[in-house]
Design a protein around this ligand. Structure first.
Ligand code: HH2
Length: 260
């Protein structure tokens, strides 16, 4: 899953593809590099980010979704039902909701009505404050229980079984230790039985481990993505598609001979 942020303030690429034409051109490049789906977002969720009004978010994403949907599967990264509805109308087929349908009570019913697929992500707190003091007794158990409850809520809202994916939400209200534990035991989340999405690309916990926080996080992102896929992730959300695809091809050639 390729990241395509149509925002002025995303944490690693903010502003670069804010102009719709630049965003579409970047999307086409990501497709050529081997992405299977493109995740279009019009509101940054980085720690400290300010919320964006639905009308503005729609204005940002719609021309990009319209241009790319005929070429590839599009997911729309939003917590707002009106934005998701407009994106699905424009051709998106997956709703990627980092609030797992909790921010907007209309989101899960909308997904059900539209016949879209949905990604339900765990987070603790809201972007503005979530990295202040994240706390868990058992991070993996709590994330898993939350996702299980949100899958149940999606099913109750009428979302079709088999169209729901889960995501532990790396970096969303989690310390370095929480992120590492979630990656180590990611198989326990995958065991919920829904396809698992994971986003580690360029996230700040990687900088903390590298010891060079501002250095390129490409190698670190790929290392974490490979570990996640080996332990059960089916979709990796990445900025650097070409390099990740090359690395995954090597890993997959090994896994093709058998796991473990
Ligand atoms: N991470 C980000 C945004 N959306 N969606 C899912 N399902 N999983 C993630 O881990 C995830 C996500 C944050 O990354 P990015 O899009 O690069 O930055 P921003 O939110 O600032 O636009």
């Amino acid at each position: 899953m390729a990241v395509l942020n149509v925002t002025p303030d995303s944490f690693s690429d903010g502003g670069r593809t804010f102009d719709p034409e630049a965003a579409v051109a970047h999307g086409l490049k990501l497709i050529a590099e081997g992405a299977d789906l493109v995740d279009v977002g019009g509101e940054s969720t980085r720690p400290g980010a300010e919320p964006v009004a639905a009308a503005e978010e729609r204005r940002r994403i719609l021309p990009v979704v319209r241009a790319l949907a005929p070429k590839i599967t599009i997911s729309i990264d939003t917590t707002k039902a009106p934005v998701a509805a407009a994106a699905v109308e424009a051709g998106a087929s997956i709703v990627n909701d980092v609030s797992a349908g909790t921010m907007d009570p209309e989101m899960l019913p909308l997904v059900a009505r539209a016949g879209a697929a949905v990604i339900l992500m765990h987070r603790q707190g809201m972007p503005k404050t979530m990295q202040r003091r994240p706390r868990y007794r058992d991070v993996v158990g709590e994330v898993r229980a939350y996702l299980e409850a949100r899958v149940r809520a999606a099913l109750e809202a009428g979302v079709a079984p088999g169209t729901i994916a889960v995501d532990p939400g790396i970096g969303f209200g989690k310390t370095l230790e929480h992120n590492l534990e979630l990656l180590r035991r990611t198989g326990e989340i995958a065991a919920l039985g829904c396809p698992m999405v994971i986003g580690v690309s360029r996230k700040s916990f990687l900088g903390k481990i590298q010891g060079a926080p501002e250095a390129s996080r490409l190698e670190a992102s790929i290392a974490a993505a490979l570990v996640a896929v080996e332990r059960g992730a089916r979709v990796v959300r990445v900025h650097d598609v070409a390099a990740t695809v090359r690395a995954l091809r090597v890993a997959e050639a090994i896994w093709a001979l058998g796991r473990g």
